[in-house]
Design a protein. Structure first.
Length: 229
């Protein structure tokens, strides 16, 4: 069975999905590409050799023109929930890139609508499907090395490019919102526990090219006593 998807947001990270992810999934067929930017849509059409009839400036146009089962949402963060809500209201399942939503209230709005519509709403958390996290999860669950009491995560990414030019440089919290969601999800997955409390502080180093806080520290307490920092 083939899942027919409409891909919304085909510039930047969305183009990476088109070139590196979707071609590997044989059970998925992208039946339409959508982008609000005419320039991005034109560039994607040329790069991906898309027929003009499969390119649209809005999701509603695409849904009217093609038969589809689901919508892949790879637009900038502030548009995640509006596009997901539109997809759900149009009766389509939705897969949204991380981070899912700017706020918890936004996330709840989308989750509530998906439940009301009886549709699947999912977030792309692809790291937990890599071999290493799966192997560590099994090792922790076996108890072979004893119980886990503390988890330490030290993540650093060297950035040298000039400020501006990419939306990541304008995010409110590029580390904690855009990147740390992977680490947070991996801790939940590997430990098979849910967090019950968190203390966090973020800041922006004087040499940072980011507008938002590019550094942060967090202490997360999990339900069976594990503490992560």
């Amino acid at each position: 069975m083939t899942l027919r998807i409409i891909h919304v947001g085909v510039g930047g990270w969305g183009l990476d999905w088109e070139q590196r992810v979707l071609p590997r999934v044989k059970t998925v067929e992208r039946v339409a590409a959508v982008d609000a930017s005419p320039d991005i849509l034109k560039s994607a059409q040329s790069t991906l050799d898309l027929p003009a009839g499969a390119c649209f400036s809005s999701l509603s146009e695409a849904v009217t023109a093609v038969e589809a089962d689901a919508v892949l949402v790879t637009v900038p963060l502030k548009f995640h929930i509006p596009v997901a809500l539109e997809a759900l209201e149009l009766g389509k399942h939705a897969l949204v890139e991380k981070p899912f939503a700017p706020t918890v209230d936004d996330a709840r709005q989308a989750v509530d609508l998906a439940e009301k519509q009886g549709l699947t709403l999912a977030v792309s958390q692809n790291y937990r499907f890599f071999p290493a996290p799966q192997a560590v999860r099994k090792l922790v669950a076996s108890g072979e090395l004893g119980a886990v009491g503390t988890v330490h995560v030290d993540f650093r990414k060297h950035v040298t490019r000039e400020k501006g030019g990419h939306r990541h440089f304008t995010l409110l919290d590029p580390l904690l919102v855009d990147m740390a969601i992977h680490h947070f999800d991996l801790m939940r997955y590997v430990l098979d526990q849910e967090p019950i409390g968190i203390t966090c502080r973020s800041w922006n180093p004087v040499w940072s090219p980011f507008e938002g806080d590019a550094a942060g520290s967090a202490v997360v307490e999990f339900e069976r006593g594990v503490v992560a920092d």
